[in-house]
Design a binder for this molecule. Structure first.
Ligand SMILES: Cc1cc2nc3c(=O)[nH]c(=O)nc-3n(C[C@H](O)[C@H](O)[C@H](O)COP(=O)(O)OP(=O)(O)OC[C@H]3O[C@@H](n4cnc5c(N)ncnc54)[C@H](O)[C@@H]3O)c2cc1C
Length: 458
């Protein structure tokens, strides 16, 4: 039976690229691996495609290795780079994200040249996937191919601005937070409103600051919470018994954690140590909540969780805090409702939690509302087709896709087959913590081991 590929990876961001590296390092002679990624640069995806030096990793370099079994691999790569020569130990530093893209691209190239397998990179956006007698058939505009196994790594989907009138606004009035060139072109005195106050907002603020912007910047979000900073040296509260938490319900867990954080504060220790202790066990913590508690978490806790869990580099925090102190950044706790284009500006209408109108006139609105978790709202034709044909179903609580614990995709009859697996953020419903490199590399290694039968890379 002819198949074009033994394994096809759909999506070549960090997750797909990590999977390719792990597969190539283990593959037996003759295995044919392909990756489908529309952009020209594998490994970049949404997070690492930025060329701007002020966009930093939010994880210290020492924790960003592509290889779970070689935790120092990113540091070893940095040591070979001229720009880091003589710069000392980088393990606790928050480096530019563009360096991480260069690292992944080089490790992919090395894995390809050193592999017994063949590797093809196709710059097509896959629009459909069908199960046929001869394997899994991938389709794109103008072509198709068959594969024995498919790994779905389509990753993050930016959210459209959630406001009436947004679809009638275009650049440069409405800019996406990841459009660095658009942001860099904003006039220095222009009034700006950034919708959303998460990590994409931080990127946008850092770019405006780096480009000499000095006009007022309004930050708009429903909860008005800003990301918090990492503590120096990432301490870990080793005294916290995570196993004991697993047996508790959500409310009791939160009580224990609040108490622990208060004790740390009273003892002059950083609260971040408590979160660092939880970090490797977040998947177990999520899976051990019942469905009702998971729902409560998503409804009432997630905003607070996000700012504590997804922390920013201390140097990024310093810039942010300076701008808040100087009054240049003004935080509005309000829900965005309406955007309309005037002759010279954009009118923004929002409502605070008491129903009072917050009205702003600005030259630019920046959409920093982050990534979409609900698979039906991701506007990805491939995912829509998979759902429509019953090859996939939404994950728990409608977020991501339903998978088993090893990432096998569940179909409409709840069957999880081994030839169609998922890595990365689409596993959020089942795993919750399934976004950052520590999880992505683990998932990539696990699928490579399962599909090549080789547990230790050659
Ligand atoms: C701004 C930002 C900063 C971050 N910083 C860090 C950090 O410092 N450390 C960390 O550990 N994590 C960080 N993260 C988490 C980050 O999401 C992951 O590290 C990683 O980038 C996720 O990669 P991914 O491949 O799953 O998704 P993506 O980066 O979204 O890549 C998915 C790829 O799939 C492709 N694709 C989509 N649909 C199709 C299709 N139908 N056919 C073919 N290709 C398709 C896209 O073109 C894209 O290249 C950050 C995330 C963001 C958004």
């Amino acid at each position: 039976m002819h198949r074009d590929h033994d394994i096809a990876i759909v999506g070549g961001g960090a997750a797909g690229t990590l999977a390719a590296i792990h597969l190539l390092r283990r593959a037996a002679p003759g295995l044919r691996i392909a990756m489908y990624e529309p952009s020209l640069h594998p490994g970049e995806g949404v997070a690492y495609s930025t060329r701007r030096p002020e966009h930093l990793l939010n994880v210290p370099a020492g924790k960003m290795s592509a290889l779970p079994d070689e935790p120092g691999d990113f540091l070893a790569w940095l040591a070979t780079r001229r720009e880091y020569a003589g710069a000392g130990d980088q393990s606790s530093r928050y480096l530019p994200r563009r360096d991480y893209a260069a690292y992944l691209a080089q490790r992919l190239e090395e894995a390809r040249t050193g592999s017994a397998a063949t590797f093809e990179l196709h710059h097509h956006r896959i629009t459909a996937l069908h199960r046929r007698a001869d394997g899994l058939r991938l389709e794109w505009s103008g072509g198709s191919a068959t594969a024995g196994r498919v790994l779905l790594a389509t990753g993050n989907a930016p959210r459209p601005l959630p406001a009436r009138g947004a679809s009638a606004l275009g650049a440069p009035r409405l800019l996406e937070a990841w459009d660095s060139e658009g942001l860099a072109a904003i006039a220095p005195d222009a009034r700006v409103c950034i919708a959303g106050t998460g990590l994409s907002m931080v990127d946008a603020v850092l770019t405006l600051a780096a480009c000499g912007h000095r006009g007022p910047v309004h930050l708009l979000s429903r909860h008005g919470l800003l990301p918090l900073a990492h503590a120096p040296d990432s301490p870990v509260d080793t005294g916290l018994e995570v196993d004991a938490l697993l047996a508790l319900d959500l409310r009791a867990r939160l009580r224990v954690l609040r108490q622990r954080v208060a004790e740390a504060a009273a003892g002059g220790r950083p609260w971040q140590a408590v979160l660092e202790r939880l970090r490797p066990r977040v998947q177990a913590l999520w899976r051990s909540l019942d469905a009702a508690d998971q729902r409560r978490f998503l409804r009432h806790v997630v905003r607070y969780w996000d700012i504590h869990r997804h922390r920013i580099a201390p140097e990024a925090d310093a810039v942010l805090q300076d701008l808040v102190r100087s009054g240049r950044l003004q935080l509005h706790r309000a829900r965005l409702d309406l955007v309309t284009s005037g002759t010279r500006c954009v009118h923004i209408g929002a409502r605070d939690r008491h129903g009072a109108v917050v009205a702003l006139d600005v030259e630019h609105v920046i959409n920093a509302t982050g990534v979409e978790m609900r698979v039906q709202a991701m506007r990805n034709p491939l995912l829509e087709q998979l759902l429509g044909d019953g090859l996939a179903v939404p994950g728990a609580h409608g977020i991501g896709l339903a998978t088993d614990m090893d990432g096998r995709m569940r179909d409409a009859s709840d069957m999880a087959r081994d030839d169609l697996r998922v890595v990365g953020s689409l596993r959020i419903g089942e795993a919750w913590e399934s976004l950052a490199v520590p999880e992505l590399r683990q998932q990539a290694q696990a699928v490579a081991e399962a599909w090549t039968g080789v547990a230790v890379a050659a």
